[in-house]
Design a protein. Structure first.
Length: 273
């Protein structure tokens, strides 16, 4: 018998950080499991949009001191049998093009705890509820891998208490997202990384844009990564981040819109505290 999944732990860092609250529109659209919009997996949780087939948000905990290296080979991508199949985007959108099945909660982040826990987390990370379409080599090609290395960069740049990090992320659902095979492909993604540094909670928020107009061509997409104020991000994605997280934001509010700010050129441009 499979042990119950505890999911994201809001007390993982010490200061309580509950999952993002869905705005009225997302709440009405969210898939329910046993009456709740929160769907739990091993070391992560999410809320799923019924109309889009992708997660509104994914929240996960990372124990940097207990990470294990486990292979990904042989683990299939599957729809979560606990949820209706028709509200989950599956393999039908990924065949015969340059789209990868991209993890929202990074697989490597989840592989900690006992060996049994880590193996369950490894398998759970491959449910389509944790997947979105991303142009091939997405994490490697964005500014020399900047997007895929954000969590690692935090560990390298600052001293994180107990090597523990909590992360929130997901797609930005836009009105102009491109329709492809009956699915609206997100053009933007967001991520918030929270940690405790010298006893003080800190948070940094990011948005990534990708050009999905040439999915079936051989041209590389253009990617840009921006660090943004968390309050602004919450408005963009119709999510309510907890007050403690908003107060911990490493970036002050700015007047300029996303397109008027310089994108991050390297990991050295990030403000962690």
């Amino acid at each position: 018998m499979t042990p119950p999944r505890s999911g994201y732990d809001p007390d993982f860092l010490g200061p309580p950080l509950p999952v993002p609250a869905l705005g009225p529109g997302p709440d009405a659209d969210a898939v329910r499991l046993d009456g709740s919009t929160r769907v739990d997996y091993t070391h992560f949780s999410l809320a799923l949009s019924a109309s889009r087939g992708f997660a509104f948000w994914v929240a996960w905990n990372v124990d940097g001191g207990g990470l294990r290296k486990l292979a990904r080979t042989g683990i299939p991508f599957l729809k979560d049998p606990r949820l209706p199949a028709d509200v989950q985007v599956g393999d039908e959108v990924y065949q015969g093009n340059r789209l990868d099945r991209g993890h929202l909660a990074r697989r490597a982040d989840l592989l900690w705890g006992t060996e049994a826990e880590a193996r369950r987390a490894n398998r759970d990370s491959f449910y389509f509820t944790n997947i979105t379409p991303q142009v091939e080599d997405f994490n490697q090609s964005v500014r020399a891998g900047l997007w895929g290395r954000l969590e690692d960069a935090l560990y390298a740049e600052v001293e994180v208490d107990r090597l523990r990090v909590s992360v929130f992320g997901g797609p930005v659902f836009g009105a102009d997202d491109r329709a492809y095979r009956g699915v609206l492909l997100p053009r933007e993604f967001w991520k918030v990384i929270a940690s405790v540094q010298a006893g003080v909670l800190k948070a940094s928020a990011f948005v990534l844009t990708q050009d999905l107009n040439r999915v079936e061509s051989l041209e590389f997409a253009e990617f840009r990564v921006y660090q943004v104020p968390l309050a602004e991000l919450g408005t963009r994605v119709a999510l309510g981040f907890p007050p403690a997280l908003l107060a911990a934001d490493a970036v002050a509010p700015v007047a300029a819109g996303l397109g008027q700010r310089p994108p991050l050129g390297s990991l050295a441009d990030i403000s962690w505290s």
